[in-house]
Write a protein that binds this ligand. Structure first.
Ligand SMILES: [Zn+2]
Length: 454
């Protein structure tokens, strides 16, 4: 490995980043003072103490960040990026009213590939600006999303939207599976795009579709991401219709396992907990969406103590209403304490782990990203902690989780490519995005009763 080259033979690298603190987020590794990492050919080298780094590498460029912390890029493990154009479109409503009377009719009226591409561009700008370097997406027109993602240079797990009723993307579940296969073929070797199945939820996917999904998963070997146990109502309806809890039904269908990502999971009885633990199923916690839709509380501390991996996501901007993972981190840390009645629950460094290492693991990317580790892909961010709201910095993780705002994210790199420099987005025309968002809002207001009612 390059970093093990003997001292005295410096290695040529593209960039050396020296920082006041480095949070590698590797299991058991502490926060490091005055350390550096190098980037070369999209990969990370280090971390090393700054003096040692200067001996080890000869960098074409050195970035000295004297009051910053470096950490892995944040992983937003659940999103519907195209819904950013529905931010604030229908607020303050319970989940099923929100979906049935507002979101699904608006999607039928407005959603087409251009709408999705525009919403995704807006979402990516917001995510990169606030420290996210990987997001999992589940939305209509994934072909359009893939093109935007490839151009924007952000890492993505693209979950294809599979549901039992016709959508603007697919006439039925089987067509969705076919289109998933075509996407896999097209993006198989793309360095930033991973494909996954995104069946919407147990209440919108019948038993026959679950069987077809299982067959397709065996053929294509993809992860599955699904909304599961979002509300108590969903569990009650599942019991009434199928005679079993939705998680039990998915377990019996053979779907649970390390490559199954269950989003929300606000309802967990002892049997559910045992199933999640024994199958190694991933849980994705979306605290702000759950709070806003009054869906319930994911028992994060209980799940983590049982050994279940829990990642963090914002959900779409229509139910959050932002895609800011720094904000989400703080909500997760505070909510874990409130829900468990234990102020020691989910300490700051563990909340950060959920948004980095554990998020990467949940998406099956844990051996490539989510830690600042030698040989890993160079997905990382710098945050500037020299601000009145974060000083003094006794503990960087505490400053980031409990005090920092996302405008303090100063730099980001995805696979070594700079995406944010000194707080300015690279390759993003914010003025054009602003004009587009305003035009789309006017178009929605002109044609939608819901839009007018807002
Ligand atoms: Zn969702």
């Amino acid at each position: 490995m390059p970093s093990h080259a003997p001292p005295g033979t410096p290695l040529d690298v593209e960039l050396l980043i020296e920082a006041r603190w480095v949070l590698p987020m590797s299991e058991g590794l502490p926060t490091l003072d005055d350390h550096a990492v190098a980037i070369d050919a999209g990969r990370l080298l280090g971390p090393w103490p700054i003096e040692e780094a200067r001996r080890r590498v000869r960098a074409r460029r050195v970035l000295a960040l004297g009051h910053h912390a470096l950490l892995p890029g944040l992983v937003n493990a659940h999103n519907h990026a195209g819904m950013s154009l529905m931010r604030g479109f229908a607020d303050d409503l319970p989940l099923m009213t929100w979906l049935n009377e507002h979101i699904w009719p608006a999607e039928a009226a407005h959603v087409n590939p251009r709408f999705v591409a525009d919403g995704t561009r807006l979402a990516i700008a917001e995510m990169l600006r606030s420290g996210t370097t990987t997001f999992a997406d589940m939305y209509l027109a994934p072909e359009a999303v893939a093109e935007v993602v490839a151009q924007a240079g952000i890492r993505t797990q693209l979950c294809t939207p599979l549901i039992d009723f016709p959508t603007p993307w697919a006439a039925d579940f089987g067509t969705g599976l076919e289109r998933t296969r075509a996407l896999v073929e097209r993006y198989r070797d793309h360095p930033l795009i991973e494909l996954a199945f995104g069946p919407h939820a147990p209440y919108t996917v019948g038993d026959d579709s679950l069987r077809r999904l299982l067959e397709a998963r065996e053929r294509l070997d993809l992860p599955v991401q699904m909304h599961v146990h979002e509300t108590a109502d969903e569990v009650e309806q599942g019991l009434a219709k199928h005679g079993k809890r939705p998680l039990q039904r998915l377990f019996e269908a053979g779907l649970l396992g390390e490559r199954f990502q269950a989003v929300h999971v606000t309802q967990v009885d002892d049997t559910d907990l045992a199933m999640l633990r024994e199958t190694g199923t991933q849980v994705i916690h979306c605290p702000q969406s759950n709070l806003k839709l009054a869906s319930g509380f994911c028992p994060v501390e209980r799940l983590r103590r049982a050994g279940v991996n829990v990642a963090l996501g914002t959900d779409g901007a229509a139910s959050n209403n932002d895609l800011d993972m720094i904000d989400e981190l703080r909500s997760a840390a505070l909510l874990a304490k409130g829900v468990s009645g234990d102020a020691a629950a989910l300490p700051a460094i563990e909340a950060l782990a959920m948004a980095t290492r554990d998020g990467a693991h949940a998406l099956g990317l844990g051996d490539r990203i989510g830690q600042l580790r030698d040989g890993f892909e160079a997905d990382l961010i710098a945050v500037d902690l020299q601000a009145v709201n974060t000083l003094p910095v006794h503990h960087p993780a505490s400053a980031i989780v409990y005090a920092m705002n996302s405008r303090q994210v100063s730099h980001s790199w995805v696979a070594g490519r700079p995406r944010l420099v000194d707080g300015i987005l690279c390759d993003s025309d914010v003025e054009a995005l602003t004009r587009m968002a305003m035009e789309q809002q006017r178009a929605m207001a002109a044609t939608s009763q819901s839009g007018e009612a807002q």
